[in-house]
Design a protein around this ligand. Structure first.
Ligand code: PBG
Length: 332
């Protein structure tokens, strides 16, 4: 047999990779600005922005600047902006009352965006850490995070956020029973249309470090969050939590962090079929940005690749600090 008739493969995967049009034709996952939720940090003051050293390129913004940012995001086709307030240390107490103050920074920002930018949905964070003298997501008594009392505080907080006009509440606290308690209170108080995106599978992660710097919680935190956030070793437990939160009334669910937990995203989508989101958290942003700043990674390439991979893993969308940058590329 001559080498011309050698048993070359009949199936050549490289045929469909040979040109951009063919690659486009057969590509499975797609990313669009519609899939992005943009987390932003809010601070007091007027017409100011503060750099966050551990998140190069991300700034805390005063409310007027957040409104402008929301307008820009809406113009880019981003459907949701998610607010995280930097609370003045003088407002942090052990009872966390500032969390349900109708005029706290987060609620004022929500109202300002809802008034000025009707085309973007506002998501808020339901957890006590920005208001807690102990830095924890729940009420601390004798060194312990008390579940049921924390849920009562979180319900008050959720109602104040709904009254301010939040479209999506994001309970990120990991207390047991909070979704059901919030849903019942929202229904009873006339907030039937307020949706809940539950941080259902939130792991006790080292990747939240830069976020805690951004909201000024790093200094306050006593100990760690391992008695309420999940063990990174667990996957079956994540499924039970997601199932539980959906049964208590969550409309959408989240896996957090994102990149090291894509297996959880895939399981959630396959087993529950609910609207599933991943949070590409501050540490993931910091990691990619720092490497890019050093010239070790190509920023745009790794940013777009990482976001597309969430879609491939089954996510309907991603919370990402890259949202406007990615949307600009997707629109170009
Ligand atoms: C707090 C909260 C955290 C994040 C979102 N909400 C930090 C934490 O749980 O300590 C992290 C987000 C990020 O790292 O980007 N409830």
């Amino acid at each position: 047999m001559s080498s011309l008739h050698a048993p070359y493969p009949a199936t050549r995967f490289r045929r469909l990779r040979q040109s951009a049009p063919l690659r486009r034709l057969v590509s499975e996952a797609r990313l669009s600005p519609d899939d992005l939720i943009w987390p932003v940090f809010v601070q007091e003051g007027k017409d100011e922005a503060t750099d966050i050293p551990s998140m190069p390129g991300v700034q805390r913004l005063t409310i007027d600047r957040v409104v402008t940012a929301a307008r820009d995001a809406a113009a880019l086709g981003i459907p949701v902006i998610c607010l995280f307030p930097y609370t003045d240390p003088s407002l942090k107490t052990e009872a966390c009352e500032e969390a349900w103050n109708p005029d706290n920074l987060s609620n004022r920002a929500t109202r300002a965006i809802k008034d000025a930018v009707p085309d973007i949905a506002v998501m808020t964070d339901v957890a006590l850490d920005p208001y807690n003298a102990n830095g924890h997501d729940g009420i601390v008594r004798d060194g312990e995070v008390i579940n049921d009392e924390s849920v009562e505080a979180l319900v008050r907080m959720a109602l104040a956020q709904a009254a301010a006009g939040a479209d999506i509440l994001g309970p990120s606290d990991m207390m047991d029973g909070r979704i059901g308690a919030m849903r019942r209170a929202l229904e009873a108080e006339g907030h039937q249309r307020t949706t809940i995106l539950s941080y259902a599978a939130k792991f006790a992660s080292g990747f939240y470090g830069p976020f805690r710097d951004a909201v000024g919680a790093s200094g306050a935190l006593k100990g760690d969050k391992k008695t309420y956030q999940m063990d990174p070793a667990n996957s079956d437990e994540a499924m039970r939590l997601v199932r539980r939160d959906l049964s208590e009334g969550a409309d959408m669910v989240m896996v957090k962090p994102g990149m090291p937990y894509l297996d959880i995203c895939r399981r959630v989508k396959d087993e529950l079929g609910a609207p599933t989101f991943a949070y590409q958290v501050s540490g993931e942003y910091a990691m990619l940005s720092a490497a890019a700043q050093n010239g070790w990674l190509a920023r745009e390439t790794v940013m777009m690749e990482s976001l597309l991979c969430f879609r491939r893993a089954g996510c309907d969308g991603v919370l990402t600090y890259f949202a406007p940058e990615a949307a600009r590329i997707l629109n170009s």
